[in-house]
Design a protein around this ligand. Structure first.
Ligand code: TRP
Ligand code: SF4
Length: 405
């Protein structure tokens, strides 16, 4: 699922500390992280500052949510000897890069991020007309760029933030990544290609840089590859000029869209704590059974003798995730012919969820009983993160002219 050109490269992702995680997080995010850590250097962090952008007045809950979340990650298989687990606010350099990026972040870009208007509309009871909230994706960009991460596993709702990160990186490299005289040298090289090629190159470069058109970028690269009479130096210059920078100080990350199917909630909508349709990862076995037993089913099946239609039933979504083909056949046939009852139908789902949660619950308990060990994992992760972040900031300060004496 991870494309080959990102193999072995650095991966970074974060979550806001929203408290205990549920099965949706497990299937949608954590299983993927656990997979990624086998082939990549991974940085996973708790975005506690990001939590403040919408919950700035809920300071009591932060600490508990942070530690609960770390424990849930570990319980799901995030392995501290493979991955660096850390807390955003402990790496103060994120704040510095956020500030510096904010200098070159056009307001229009931020106002156009889809989550910005959506969230303001959705959380009407909260005053989100704040500077921090508008800057949410700038802070996220800093989180990513400071580790020079190549890949960022995220859900669909975060893709626009990674896209903004790419645009900010491009803008940063364009402004601060160029050698003295770079532009003149590049322009001279453009002229060496001859009239027609020069005109095509300029048009493609413009389309890519002004509209982010990635096809134009590809065509531009192909055009350069076909030039016989360019020196290697000129070719590299023209590539950098095409992409919008000289040296890449902050590489553009790629969003790795989480491949897992969307975890259905108990009521058929997406699983979410705020819908009250979630099964948390540390839910006790009795509660798990109880929740699934009382799940709504196809409303057409009022009586046991009424036939039903699985595709109209949230339980079926669970079968699709958890059951083998034989069981699925049994459900389809038994439901449509009223051959099985709903409780009967739910039994294999209950078993499957219990079997999945059992080891997670057990590992969570172990970590819970050893809070010192949890603190150590995070302290180590912070140490690793800080080393990388400091190195990046040294270079960022230098190219921005801030390393003067
Ligand atoms: N905005 C992300 C979310 O709500 C959390 C986040 C913050 C993040 N910084 C990040 C995710 C950097 C990936 C990379 O889920
Ligand atoms: Fe849903 Fe199963 Fe009942 Fe059919 S038999 S309505 S699929 S719970």
């Amino acid at each position: 699922m991870v494309s080959h050109d990102t193999q072995g490269t650095r991966v970074l992702s974060g979550m806001r500390p929203t408290g205990r995680l549920h099965l949706g997080h497990y299937h949608g995010v954590l299983k993927n992280w656990v997979e990624l850590q086998r082939e990549h250097e991974c940085f996973f962090f708790i975005a506690d500052w990001h939590a403040l952008t919408t919950a700035y007045d809920e300071r009591e809950i932060i600490a508990e949510n942070v530690w609960d979340m770390v424990i849930d990650w570990l319980a799901c298989g995030v392995n501290p000897s493979l991955s660096h687990v850390f807390i955003q606010s402990r790496i103060i350099e994120h704040a510095e890069l956020h500030l510096l990026l904010s200098m070159i972040a056009p307001l229009g870009w931020l106002e156009r991020v889809p989550t910005y208007k959506d969230q303001i509309a959705n959380l009407r009871e909260k005053d989100l007309a704040t500077y921090g909230f508008l800057g949410y994706p700038v802070l996220q960009s800093a989180d990513i760029l400071i580790y020079r991460a190549a890949a960022v596993p995220v859900g669909e709702d975060q893709v626009s933030h990674v896209e903004l990160t790419r645009e900010l990186a491009r803008r940063f490299n364009y402004m601060f990544g160029r050698e003295p005289g770079f532009e003149d040298k590049a322009e001279a090289a453009v002229r060496k290609m001859g009239k027609r090629n020069a005109r095509d190159y300029r048009a493609l470069r413009k389309r890519y840089q002004e509209q982010g058109d990635s096809e134009a970028l590809e065509s531009g690269r192909a055009l350069l590859a076909g030039q016989q009479n360019l020196t290697l130096g000129d070719r590299e210059r023209l590539l950098g000029y095409l992409e919008g920078g000289g040296r890449t100080v902050l590489p553009e990350p790629e969003a790795l869209l989480t491949p897992a199917p969307r975890m259905p909630g108990l009521d058929g909508r997406k699983m979410s704590k705020s819908y009250g349709n979630a099964i948390s990862l540390r839910e006790e076995p009795d509660e798990v059974s109880q929740k699934i037993r009382t799940m709504p089913t196809d409303p057409a099946r009022v009586r046991r003798t009424d036939p039903g239609e699985p595709t109209k039933c949230p339980v079926w979504e669970f079968h699709r995730l958890y059951s083998d083909e034989g069981t699925q056949e049994w459900v389809l046939e038994g439901c449509r012919s009223a051959g099985i009852g709903c409780l009967e139908c739910k039994a294999p789902v209950i078993d499957a969820v219990q079997a999945e949660l059992e080891p997670i619950r057990a590992r969570a308990r172990e970590w819970q009983e050893d809070p010192e060990a949890v603190r150590r994992v995070v302290a180590d992760g912070c140490g690793e993160a800080r080393t990388v972040a400091r190195q990046t900031m040294k270079e960022v300060r230098a190219v921005m002219g801030l390393d003067y004496r």
